[in-house]
Ligand binder design. Structure first.
Ligand SMILES: Nc1nc2c(c(=O)[nH]1)N[C@H]1C(S)=C(S)[C@@H](COP(=O)(O)O)O[C@H]1N2
Ligand SMILES: [Mo]
Length: 442
């Protein structure tokens, strides 16, 4: 009997499946297939197709009369049956009110690598601002030859690019340094999302304005109640920093900083200043109080890490997870384990899966687009055995980094930090398929 969990057979198996799905005569071919090479390794072990299923025999209400006129929804909404696919909040992650708070992304419901705009996680320090685009101005000044104040239309006259990147709050997973806090992937890992962003590289604007050689830093400021002043080193500005106005094919949502935000691909979400109003170039960094006081990490030595900008290589299994258990599976079923990997340092090169709490590792497959500083989806076909497991994933990137174990991370950083937790995340799968958030700390 084949070891269907080996990498080789993973590949041939999913090729076979893809091949099958590509055929129009799906039913005939899959019957032939199950009789031969994949006997005993079907997706549904022992489940027969029901020719007398009432759901395929009876008339359905939406099939016997007209549906809605196409003029009904000027802006389309998800099916009413998808009402559970929503952002969620918890008082635990807010400073006592819903203005300086966060709405977590349902990453377990995510398909592919793009977060729909209405589900993008939303973090604000002074509420979500509603900026009138006619009143919008962007001032660019300081150490540039030709300071400018731009309207939105003028800004959009610069040549634009579209790039897929994640944004992650560096506090994602931060409440769990001392142990699991949420039996939920949405609350444990939902401070991130991924979108296709359209805008202009700041280096393109600077070619026009002329950056003075002394310029070392860029201050970015928002027009909202919190301003969120952030200073960015000039190397990042001249590398891939963007000013974006487009999000997945439409204008940014107010929650994401409409009409314009700063995007620093791969770097801490808090630096991606929303509702942008001002960029100032200088030779010295500006520090606002919050920046020096809060976005640092205290190490066991008593010293603090003041500057760490890029989000580390990270990953999480999104299916199964506490919200998507395996309680409906039958022993012998084939099931796809899926997850997301990402790195602020570059491109994901591989993801391994463990079934025994980080003792042994097997490579998963990367599927779909594999892009720098973007969510990358991984997949592993697994034959369900109905026995308890502790599953987890560890990702690697092309900067040569790999996710640490919790023990390695805690040895280096202690448990006093809030930010940049990227140690291996694990789920316990019980004998009846329930899934719980657990940590392997040894
Ligand atoms: N102007 C402004 N920009 C801001 C914030 C803010 O409160 N005001 N929050 C920051 C934080 S902490 C994060 S994690 C990201 C969140 O981006 P999102 O709300 O689009 O997910 O925006 C950042 N930019
Ligand atoms: Mo954040």
């Amino acid at each position: 009997m084949k070891d269907i969990n080996s990498q080789e057979n993973q590949e041939s198996l999913s090729n076979d499946m893809q091949h099958t799905l590509d055929r129009r005569d799906f039913f005939r071919k899959s019957a032939a297939l199950s009789a031969t090479a994949l006997a005993g390794t079907s997706i549904f072990a022992g489940t027969k197709a029901l020719a007398d299923d009432p759901a395929i025999i009876n008339d359905v209400p939406w099939g016997i009369k007209f549906g809605d006129p196409v003029t009904k929804n000027r802006y389309g909404m998800p099916s009413e049956y998808e009402h559970n696919n929503i952002r969620r909040n918890t008082k635990l992650l807010s400073s006592g009110n819903w203005y300086a708070s966060i709405a977590m992304c349902p990453i377990h419901e995510s398909e592919g690598i793009i977060t729909p705009n209405g589900l993008f996680f939303s973090r604000a320090h002074g509420g979500v601002a509603h900026v009138d685009p006619n009143e919008f101005r962007l001032m660019i000044h300081g150490l540039v030859e030709k300071p400018l104040v731009l309207t939105l239309d003028q800004l959009k006259r610069y040549p634009s690019v579209s790039r897929i990147h994640f944004i992650e709050c560096p506090a994602n997973g931060g409440p769990e340094w001392r142990g699991p806090q949420f039996n939920s992937i949405q609350f444990a890992k939902g401070m991130m999302s991924c979108a296709q962003w359209t805008g202009v590289y700041i280096k393109t604007i600077l070619e026009d304005l002329g950056l003075k050689p002394e310029a070392q830093w860029m201050l970015a400021e928002g027009s909202d109640n919190s301003e969120m002043g952030r200073t960015v080193p000039i190397d990042k500005v001249l590398d891939d920093a963007m000013i974006v106005w487009g999000q997945n094919g439409e204008a940014l949502r107010p929650e994401q900083g409409y009409p314009v935000r700063l995007l620093l691909p791969g770097w801490e979400g808090n630096m991606c200043v929303k509702w942008l109003k001002r960029l100032e170039f200088s030779s010295e960094p500006f520090y606002c109080k919050e920046e020096t006081a809060k976005y640092t990490a205290l190490k066991p030595s008593g010293k603090a890490v003041q500057h760490f900008y890029a989000n580390e290589v990270n990953s999480v299994i999104t299916s199964p997870c506490p919200e998507k258990p395996w309680t409906d599976l039958k022993v012998g079923d084939l099931v796809e384990i899926e997850g997301l990997a990402w790195s602020g340092y570059g491109t994901i090169t591989g993801v391994d899966i463990t079934f025994d709490g980080c003792k042994n590792w097997t490579p998963a497959k990367l599927k779909g687009l594999v892009l720098p500083k973007a969510w990358t989806r991984f997949s592993f076909m697994y034959r369900y055995e109905g026995k308890p497991l502790v599953i987890g994933s560890r990702a690697m990137d092309d900067a040569g980094r790999m996710q640490p174990t919790i023990a390695q991370e805690v040895a280096y950083m202690g448990v006093e930090s809030v930010y940049h937790r990227n140690s291996i995340a694990t789920w316990e799968v019980t004998a009846n398929g329930e899934v719980n958030n657990v940590q392997i700390r040894s």
